[in-house]
Design a protein around this ligand. Structure first.
Ligand code: A3P
Length: 342
């Protein structure tokens, strides 16, 4: 398949609708669900189908589970928060929309003037909760939903493909703790209260984190990738960092948009890698200063999606005790799965 034009026939407006019964279902679930607001008082988490969600994401999840109909060529980018979502969105978007002109800066490239989150919407929040339609009309959608909670229209009898990115849980919890400490309310710019990293680790290890338990999130997609390797590609942030070009080539093939031999000669793969690198994206004006409404009530500066982008930053802040605790859980949870982190 050739990379596609931004104006395709894919129409997000067919995804909208909000029957009252679904609203009632949401209210009913929220009223009974276990809840926790220790990460931040701004975002209370609710447990649904074994995983923890913020109310906005949960409302959109319930709607998406009932109503979402994927395009037959849809590519769904899945991740737990802080595992590399922003990077994966940038890479997949640039693979799908690349042209000689955009890669050689002869035509404007949306990734240079918009954040990756404005290029690829989240299914459960941007499309179904906020009902936004301004996204590029391409069959690329992201989600933080665990595999068990994906709409059945994605997991059953569908031809769409799934790409999952995982990351060492030690880096995920550190990244999440920094991120949560940097959000603000939309109303009066009130900042999230300072919250000890040790407590964040405890909660994370208990499975209480946005879209956690993290290990169950990863395992759901790992198993799906073993069962359906043609439909589910499982990536590791660490491999993508150490061998970016190899994995970008593999990602493009899996997505059905392989680089042609002409593109390989012109080094198009390296151009995609460079365009989406942490150094490039984090230095763009849009990613440095603009603000982003995470939910209707909470906002975050775009630069908070680009903190360090390193493997092993946990070494700078996790205690030996916390490292051991997280590694022990990884060992227990991943035992016999064939999966290791890092
Ligand atoms: P750190 O906080 O460890 O720096 P998500 O996109 O899922 O919210 O994850 C955010 C993490 O991915 C942050 O990690 C961020 O710095 C990192 N990241 C964002 N863009 C990246 C890129 N282009 N390359 C590598 N890492 C990136």
């Amino acid at each position: 398949m050739n990379p596609i034009e931004l104006e395709s026939s894919f129409d997000y407006t067919t995804l909208r609708g909000e029957p009252e019964t679904i609203q009632n279902k949401f209210k009913e679930i929220i009223s009974r669900a276990p809840r926790n607001n220790e990460w931040t008082s701004f975002i209370e988490l609710f447990q649904y189908q074994g995983f923890w969600h913020s109310p906005s994401f949960l409302e959109g999840t319930i709607l998406a589970q009932e109503e979402f109909q994927p395009h037959p060529n849809e590519i769904i980018l899945c991740s737990a928060p802080k595992a590399g979502t922003t990077w994966l969105k940038a890479l997949a978007f640039s693979i799908l929309t690349r042209s000689k002109n955009t890669l050689n800066n002869l035509e404007p490239n949306p990734l240079l003037s918009s954040t990756p989150h404005e290029c690829v919407p989240f299914l459960e929040v941007d499309l179904f909760q906020k009902k936004q339609t301004q996204y590029p009309q391409i069959p690329l959608i992201a989600t933080h939903l665990p595999y068990v909670s994906l709409p059945k229209s994605i997991t059953t009898n569908s031809t769409c493909r799934i790409v999952y990115i995982s990351r060492d849980p030690k880096d995920v919890v550190v990244s999440m703790w920094h991120f949560i400490g940097n959000i603000k309310t939309c109303k009066n710019n009130e900042e999230s209260a300072i919250f000890p990293l040790e407590r964040a680790v405890e909660l994370f290890c208990e499975g209480i984190s946005k879209n956690g338990p993290y290990w169950d999130h990863v395992l759901g997609y790992w198993k799906a990738s073993l069962e359906q390797p043609d439909r589910v590609l499982f990536l590791k942030y660490e491999n993508l960092k150490s061998d970016t070009k190899v994995w970008v080539k593999r990602l493009a093939e899996f997505m059905g948009f392989p680089f042609s031999s002409e593109e390989v000669i012109e080094d198009a793969i390296q151009k995609v890698v460079d365009l989406c690198s942490f150094e490039n994206l984090s230095n763009l004006e849009v990613n440095k200063n603009a603000e982003f409404n995470l939910f209707s009530t909470v906002k975050v500066k775009n630069n908070k999606y680009f903190r360090k982008g390193e493997v092993g930053d946990w070494k700078t802040c996790l205690s030996e005790e916390d490292r051991k605790k997280i590694d022990r859980i990884s060992e227990e949870k991943l035992k016999d799965s064939g999966l290791t982190f890092g």
